[in-house]
Design a protein around this ligand. Structure first.
Ligand code: DX5
Ligand code: ZN
Length: 216
């Protein structure tokens, strides 16, 4: 069964508590939190105090997606703020293997994300060390963008790599997911779907979550 991780980037920040409670009572599985530093991506979202505040009320795992340079400097702080899963970008880590080790040493699950232009093949020698690979299906930085169709091929390639290397990594896909494309994304091998705009802009948000979970 596919896991759904609503992205709080599209939540109502003036009433975040209500949106946290909504996710708690819904059939969603994780909270997806997008951390942007205005350097790695051309946008600034929110940081540690907000993650901490979410943790206070969230009853489901926190899936923290770091779109920041030098993530190594903040691993223990995000762990302390409540991250259960901490995903860094391949493109932001010169010593990715060491970064993944540090996340594990902090006692939490480690993920690696790749941008739309980054080939799956760069993951060959890290795939057995990570718990999750996050395929960006839009260019990171903003919610509400359109799904890049080429991502489907990358999901398939990743699934083949995971199989060939006997890795246990989960395949997460992030960006432009909605009820019109989720079934296809799942059919190509995605196991965790992030959705921001599609859920939070809907009049019936539970319907969107349930539709995606039931493969639309
Ligand atoms: C984009 C973020 C995504 C984003 C997804 O940089 O990583 O998590 O919030 O939002 P939608 O579903 O609106 O594309
Ligand atoms: Zn994200």
């Amino acid at each position: 069964m596919v896991l759904i991780a609503p992205s709080l980037l599209s939540a109502d920040f003036s009433n975040l508590r209500a949106d946290i409670e909504f996710i708690n009572q819904s059939n969603a599985d994780w909270f997806h939190l997008d951390i942007m530093d205005g350097v790695f991506v051309p946008n600034i979202s929110f940081g540690l105090p907000v993650v901490k505040a979410v943790q206070k009320y969230a009853t489901k795992p926190l899936d923290v997606h770091l779109m920041i340079t030098n993530p190594d400097a903040y691993i223990s702080q995000f762990r302390d703020a409540g991250a259960d899963w901490l995903t860094v970008h391949y493109e932001a880590c010169t010593h990715l293997h060491r970064t993944v080790q540090s996340i594990h040493q902090a006692g939490i699950k480690a993920g690696v994300s790749i941008n739309p232009h980054t080939p799956v093949s760069v993951l060959e020698h890290i795939i057995c060390d990570v718990d999750l690979i996050l395929i960006m299906s839009v260019n990171p930085g903003f919610g509400g963008q359109s799904f890049i169709p080429e991502s489907l091929q990358k999901i398939k390639e990743l699934q083949a790599l995971i199989k060939r290397k006997h890795s246990k990594a989960l395949i997460e896909v992030d960006g432009g997911i909605d009820t019109s494309n989720a079934a296809q994304v799942i059919a190509h091998g995605a196991q965790v779907l992030v959705a921001g705009n599609a859920i939070f802009s809907a009049t019936d948000r539970n319907f969107v979550i349930n539709s995606i979970k039931n493969n639309c």
